[in-house]
Design a protein around this ligand. Structure first.
Ligand SMILES: Cc1cc2nc3c(=O)[nH]c(=O)nc-3n(C[C@H](O)[C@H](O)[C@H](O)COP(=O)(O)OP(=O)(O)OC[C@H]3O[C@@H](n4cnc5c(N)ncnc54)[C@H](O)[C@@H]3O)c2cc1C
Length: 391
């Protein structure tokens, strides 16, 4: 029975960064990172967009081989296709996640963590010796690992959280179903990302175009099943693409779930922390979770290392992880979630008229602050939405 200090389940951004930072913070510890798929980073279930500042906390994108595209503008599209380009949205990147996730796992390996691919955690129980016993299937063989701390970074379908008795349920109104194609041979600005909001196109969510190269993009949408007319995400996407890009070649397809909720109440228990999508640490307004997952992974890895050194991996000790997360981003997500709820009451006619108001501002002056002020003056129904940020 292998005996390890930190066992990380799942080599997405949260898990790889957790293993990397645990080992970096306490090199004497045995850290093992498990990935059930045969390759870290594949298959890709993501539109791959990230903000520059958050990314740079972990990796330098300049001249990296794991980016596809540098993004310099954001274009919002109203339901009637009116376009609104914002002037100060900052820099972003479209990653190549097959390479990026592998890069992060390689960082973990470089610090001395063991990375096992094709290794799936299948069950976990707490033993009298204060360690978790984790069953792992690897190439048809089962091994039981004993671990002082388990980090569950196993994504939206987390089992580690459930095995540890944590409440990871998601209200169905906060679960978005997503479908996405890689489309080739289409016409759009390759330096911009496009976001289109409309109940007819993507009820409860939005549709996106994220450029991978000139003429090539991740084109997808996310929706809330409760709000649809009975069609699934792929059917909505097919209808949108038939209108927008009838001649685009579909060279890739993926589906996946995004939890647009707030961080679970308790992402820790004796000897366990869960991080990233597993703990619902996604921005509930944008659905973005890559940078969040890395930040959560860093907190979980550092907390695990410090707790083991102090010989205290109790629930009480690990609650410091949750507190640090809430201070860093979790409290902001509560505010974004309230805004999301308030925006749910706006219809397509509102968004069309908002787009026209914003386009009344000169393009170079169309900063988020100005847009917000104009929108509040011209559309007083937005005042309760703004107020939600402060209550
Ligand atoms: C269609 C779609 C588009 C998206 N677009 C964006 C975007 O543009 N920008 C953005 O920031 N976010 C986006 N997201 C969200 C983003 O993909 C996630 O927030 C991010 O990947 C979370 O990282 P994670 O490490 O928590 O989980 P994941 O990346 O899901 O990694 C979890 C890993 O755990 C492994 N695993 C699971 N169970 C086990 C087990 N029992 N044993 C071993 N391994 C296991 C899985 O194979 C997986 O590799 C999108 C999501 C979807 C579905």
């Amino acid at each position: 029975m292998p005996n390890v200090d930190v066992l990380v389940v799942g080599a997405g951004p949260a898990g790889s960064v957790a293993a990397w930072h645990a080992k970096q913070a306490a090199p004497e510890l045995d850290v093992v990172l498990l990935e059930r798929d045969r390759a870290v980073g594949a298959p890709v279930r993501c539109a791959e967009g990230v903000g520059d500042a958050g990314l740079r906390e972990f990796a330098n994108p300049d001249r990296a081989d794991w980016t596809s595209r540098r993004i310099t503008s954001v274009i919002f599209q109203a339901p009637d296709d009116t376009e609104v380009a914002l002037a100060d949205c900052g820099l972003g990147w479209i990653l190549d996640r097959t390479r990026f996730d592998a890069y992060l796992a390689a960082q973990a390996a470089a610090t001395g963590a063991a990375v096992l691919v094709g290794a799936e955690a299948t069950a976990m129980t707490r033993n009298g010796d204060g360690r978790w016993h984790v069953r792992v299937m690897e190439r048809g063989n089962e091994t039981v690992y004993q671990a002082r701390v388990v980090v569950g970074a196993d994504g939206v379908e987390t089992m580690v959280g459930r095995w540890a008795g944590l409440d990871t349920r998601v209200p169905s109104r906060d679960m978005e179903s997503c479908a996405q194609y890689v489309l080739q041979g289409i016409d759009f600005d390759p330096d911009a990302i496009y976001l289109q909001f409309s109940d007819a196109i993507a009820p409860g969510g939005y549709a996106w175009i994220f450029p991978k190269a000139v003429g090539v993009a991740n084109v997808g949408l996310g929706l809330v099943a409760l709000k649809t007319d009975g069609r699934n995400a792929r059917q909505y996407l097919d209808a949108w693409i038939a209108r927008r890009f009838p001649n685009g070649a579909r060279t890739g397809y993926t589906v996946g779930g995004v939890i647009v909720h707030t961080t679970i109440k308790q992402p820790y228990a004796d000897g366990v922390m869960i991080a990233g999508d597993a703990a619902h640490m996604i921005n509930p307004l944008s659905g973005g979770g890559i940078n969040n997952a890395m930040k959560a992974g860093r907190l979980a890895g550092c907390t695990a290392a410090a707790a083991i050194r102090e010989r205290d991996t109790s629930e009480r000790r690990l609650s410091a992880y949750h507190k640090a997360w809430m201070d860093l981003l979790g409290e902001d997500h509560l505010k974004y979630y309230r805004i999301k709820q308030a925006l749910e009451h706006m219809d397509d006619a509102f968004y069309n008229s908002l787009a026209r108001t914003v386009n009344g501002i000169a393009p170079d002056k169309r900063t988020i602050g100005r847009v917000f002020t104009h929108a509040l003056i011209r559309h007083p129904q937005l005042i309760p939405v703004a107020a939600r940020f402060f209550v």
